[in-house]
Design a protein around this ligand. Structure first.
Ligand code: PNW
Length: 495
């Protein structure tokens, strides 16, 4: 295999030899080192690493995390504005007032994406830019912003995929109804979704209703570390869970009723992904059973139109109050299922107990990213889509988020050699490719995130981007992983 002199120099300078030592830990780094400058698939030496033809490569962001311009053009206050301005809630007391200033800089950012061979972009629409108070009179300037943004994307050959709720609830709905504690918020969300489909439906064909119901509900209303910072008792928490899935269903119906022909609808859920510790038939079955049960309050009820018997038994007197009609709405048919996959929920094995499985504790030395919650387990990106297909017969799956946070040190010559992120992508994507090769219908992958951004309670110190943001100047600097993504998307294969 021809290794050019330049490659050798790069290998040395970038200290890649050291990272190649990772192969000892079972991470396949070596073959791809050379592939960066290789032109043919054969030289890559991974003949099976292709993704299906037409596989969509994209990046993802969310309004509050990147847009900034918090007080411009009539945008209403959201629960995250309120929460992030309370001292002590976010690391370093960071907030999203300016963020990456994507609101003003999106034209240049679209060019950066184009340079990465990105063909799809997952953005979120800020509800409070459209309806500053959550309901009522729409704000034309907000609509115009998303029209301009999505037009610009399409003119550059990038398909917009819009999330309607990425956690930035209009504060007015919180004040008036206690937010997701009330059914009124679910109804308001349905109305807003219908309005968007009517007004942007000519240009946006793909919608995700809510992003990660499980995360914003559990962290915002269960343990209080996310906005609005509540710690509800179980009965109240179950009702919030129910209102979230109900909001999803109402939005699906509203988009169907108002969207243009050909509009496709799904959601983007951070589902719990149990991974079999050893791939025996018993453990594989156990992981499937565990996945259905662990997502009972969210994806399972959306896909099945009923709460599982075990969920109702577990919640007992605290179970959510719901009607049969609610369940029908919640399980309105979807065109695709989007899943955000970062980690295994745990490694499981078959067990002779009432659940039929047992979750093993993570080893203390299990690798993690700089996000304390993120245990690294590439197999999660195989088992998540595999079992979504198996459990619910889903025909179209998108990986709506996958990514990792790193230390991302900026060198004096302005480089970021994020070897950890590249290794992460290669290992996770190898697992995803294995799933697609087995016929699991994954249609696309959105890397989280296109650029560093406001990482919720972790503020700006935790970086997930392919582009580094210098928060003093707002300059975007491509990380080494951006170069990796560019080749990956161009070749449509693990590199
Ligand atoms: C997701 N956890 O959030 C969100 O969809 C993104 O907005 C976010 O930036 C990204 O993943 C990276 O964190 C999560 O604690 C936040 O398990 C927290 C958790 C999971 C996902």
């Amino acid at each position: 295999m021809p290794i050019l002199k330049d490659d050798l120099k790069n290998l040395g300078r970038r200290n890649f030899i050291k990272s190649a030592g990772l192969t000892a830990a079972g991470l396949s780094v070596a073959p791809a080192l050379i592939s960066f400058k290789d032109d043919t698939a054969q030289q890559n030496n991974i003949p099976d690493s292709k993704f299906p033809e037409g596989f969509l490569w994209g990046t993802a962001t969310a309004a509050y995390q990147v847009e900034g311009a918090a007080n411009e053009d009539g945008r209403g206050v959201t629960i995250w504005d309120t929460f992030s301005h309370i001292p002590g809630k976010v690391r370093n007391n960071d907030n999203g007032d300016v963020a990456c200033d994507f609101y003003h800089r999106y034209p240049a950012d679209i060019q950066l994406m184009k340079g990465l061979n990105v063909k799809a972009f997952r953005l979120s629409i800020a509800w409070s830019r459209i309806f500053p108070d959550g309901t009522g009179t729409p704000n034309q300037k907000g609509i115009d912003f998303y029209k301009k943004l999505t037009d610009d994307l399409q003119e550059n050959g990038i398909e917009p995929f819009a999330t309607l709720y990425h956690w930035d609830l209009p504060q007015a709905l919180h004040d008036k109804y206690k937010g997701w504690e009330s059914r009124e918020t679910a109804k308001a969300f349905g109305d807003y979704a219908g309005f968007i489909a009517k007004n942007l439906g000519d240009r946006v064909k793909h919608y995700f209703t809510l992003n990660e119901m499980s995360t914003f509900v559990e962290l915002g209303y269960g343990n209080g570390i996310f906005a609005p910072g509540l710690k509800l008792p179980q009965a109240g928490l179950n009702q919030v869970r129910h209102h979230a899935v109900l909001a999803h269903g109402l939005a699906v119906q509203a988009i169907r009723a108002n969207g243009a022909a050909g509009t496709k609808i799904g959601l983007a859920e951070n589902l719990s992904v149990p991974v079999p510790i050893i791939d025996t038939p018993e453990n594989i079955k156990a992981a499937e059973v565990a996945m259905r049960e662990e997502n009972a309050g969210y994806l399972t009820v959306v896909m099945e139109g009923k709460y599982t018997d075990k969920f109702l038994k577990r919640t007992g007197a605290d179970a959510p109050k719901f009607t049969e009609e609610d369940l029908k709405i919640i399980s309105s048919p979807l065109d695709f299922v989007g899943i955000n996959v970062y980690m295994p929920a745990g490694y499981v094995q078959a067990a002779d107990n009432a659940d039929g499985y047992k979750t093993l504790p993570f080893a203390k030395s299990q690798p993690r990213s700089t996000s304390a919650w993120q245990v690294l387990g590439p197999e999660s990106l195989y088992w998540a889509p595999k079992n979504v297909q198996k459990l619910w017969g889903v025909k179209e799956i998108y990986i709506t988020e996958n990514g990792t946070s790193g230390t991302d040190e900026l060198t004096t010559d302005k480089h970021i050699y994020d070897t950890d992120r590249i290794s992460f992508m290669r290992n996770y994507l190898t697992q995803l490719q294995k799933a697609t090769a087995e016929g699991v219908p994954v249609k696309g992958y959105f890397y989280w995130s296109m650029m560093d951004n406001f990482e919720w309670t972790s503020g700006y110190g935790t970086r997930f981007g392919l582009y580094y943001i210098d928060y003093k100047t707002l300059e975007r600097i491509p990380k080494e992983s951006a170069a990796y993504f560019k080749v990956l998307a161009e070749k449509n294969q693990v590199v």
